[in-house]
Write a protein that binds this ligand. Structure first.
Ligand code: NDP
Length: 446
């Protein structure tokens, strides 16, 4: 980082010293922009980076709701509207006890670049609440979602801000929130994405992030190593939406997925993961991944999810959560000759782990590029809602594949142009930033 960028970072650090996740994300992005700043002095005079790196606004609100025992419960809800230079704010809602302003600012900032990479006209935002849906009854989740929307609806709309799901917010929660939104505004306008298929949802949204990750990884493997998923051993972490559909597509492409995990531990199945069984456990019963062994006793369960990266593999797809893969894990993967690490989750790899992969010629793709399939299909859901049309699964899937391959091409081309050919993180940051910066410059200082 040059002195100018360093000073921007120091200012953020002084002001937000308690926001570790946000500072990490800001540092990672600022570190990529030195060459761009050198080539574009107008970015400095117009203070584009100083404007880009902080959110447009943060909305914080109280969410009061009644549990099944008629006790009043109180949570905090947030919406970080980060940047709308290229389109309405767009990004998921996360319900998890760890949710706070720092995590949402980090995710919102990443989202701005990710959405720019998709090529669709979407700005970036993120939101959620420190509510834990785990262990809550269906009615409790419904009452929470309704109360959350009673406040959020004032700030969102199809041309303003279009939230979607994220951790803890799946089809059920989106359904409850959208129902309440429609009730409050008295209109049908598709303001949330990830909706059910009977009320404006898009075919292919459920599969989009996991499938998109594999489309991106396939293109990277063929372009950079002249190889493919065929006959590769694959380690996937997580067993949620992203992990399950990454597992499905990787298997369809000829790979053998040998692990999945949850926060308690991981399963290892040398025969290849039986995905129908996993879907039954996770999607139908909402159970724990350990239950896999009840029907597949030949598989192993290791009660330490962190240890997953010591499993030998050619391709690693971290699809669980942020900071799940550190330098020690990266060393284990490299020692086992991993070819590529493609992030399905948002920032699962620590910065030193990423550097270690890059230094050891492992293909590494950041989540903002390789997991953009989810938001891309959300963008396609917005288009279908506006058109009052529903595209077929094949049509959506084809568009998704094209978008993911384009993201790879643009990221790779940009990295090459800026002199660091396989640095897809640099390429993604620069490509996304330039697009947003250009829109900001052309729209004046607002
Ligand atoms: P889900 O809530 O469906 O699943 C998350 C999975 O990760 C669960 O199996 C969870 O297990 C597991 N997990 C959580 N913490 C750990 C841990 N420390 N070690 C191992 N496993 C863990 O979420 P998604 O699949 O939707 O999202 C996963 C990641 O992908 C997140 O970072 C999200 O932001 C990102 N993402 C998701 C998109 C989407 O379309 N869904 C789009 C782009 C990014 P447990 O049940 O024990 O908590």
């Amino acid at each position: 980082m040059n002195e100018y960028l360093e000073n921007i970072y120091k200012d953020l650090e002084a002001k937000y010293f308690y926001q570790k996740e946000y500072l990490n994300a800001a540092k990672e992005i600022l570190s990529s922009l030195e060459l761009v700043v050198n080539q574009h002095p107008e970015l400095v005079t117009e203070k584009v980076i100083e404007r880009f790196i902080v959110p447009d606004r943060i909305i914080t609100f109280r969410v009061s709701w009644l549990d099944d025992n008629n006790n009043v419960q109180i949570n905090t809800g947030y919406r970080v509207q980060f940047n709308s230079s290229i389109g309405p704010y767009k990004g998921g809602l996360r319900f998890h006890p760890s949710v706070n302003e720092s995590i949402l600012k980090f995710l919102g900032l990443e989202q701005v670049l990710k959405n720019a990479l998709t090529g669709l006209p979407m700005g970036g935002g993120k939101g959620g609440a420190d509510f834990d849906p785990k262990g809550k009854s269906d009615r409790e989740v419904m009452r929470f979602c309704q109360s959350f929307m009673n406040e959020l609806y004032k700030y969102i709309g199809p041309n303003e801000d279009v939230p979607a799901g994220d951790l803890g917010v799946g089809g059920r929660e989106i359904g409850y929130m959208y129902g309440q939104y429609r009730k409050l505004v008295g209109r049908e306008e598709g303001t949330l994405t990830g909706k059910g298929l009977t009320f404006g949802g898009s075919l292919g949204r459920t599969e989009a992030t996991g499938y998109g990750l594999c489309y991106f990884a396939s293109k990277a493997l063929s372009t950079l190593r002249n190889t493919s998923f065929k006959d590769k051993r694959i380690v996937i972490s997580g067993s949620g939406n992203v992990a399950i559909y990454a597992c499905q597509k990787a298997t369809e492409l000829g790979g053998k997925v040998v692990t999945l995990s949850d926060s308690n531990g991981y399963i290892y199945d040398e025969e290849g993961i039986d995905l129908a069984l996993v879907k039954e456990i996770k999607e139908v019963r909402r159970g724990r991944i350990k239950e896999y062994l009840e029907k597949r006793p030949s598989a192993k369960y290791v009660p330490n999810s962190k240890d997953i990266w010591s499993v030998k593999c050619d391709i690693a797809l971290p699809c669980a959560t942020q900071n799940e893969l550190d330098l020690d894990d990266a060393k284990k993967l490299v020692a086992n000759n991993v070819i590529g690490v493609f992030e399905g989750a948002n920032m699962p790899c620590s910065l030193d782990a990423i550097k270690y992969f890059q230094d050891n010629k492992v293909i590494f793709s950041p989540g903002k590029a390789s997991n953009a399939g989810g938001v891309a299909v959300s963008g396609l859901e917005m288009s279908q809602n506006s058109l009052r049309l529903s595209w077929t699964f094949e049509e959506v899937d084809k568009r998704l594949k094209d978008i993911m391959e384009n993201i790879f091409d643009n990221t790779y081309k940009t990295a090459k142009e800026y002199g660091d050919e396989e640095n897809l993180l640099l390429g993604a940051n620069i490509f996304g930033f330039i697009k947003v910066a250009e829109a900001m410059l052309k729209q004046g200082i607002i």
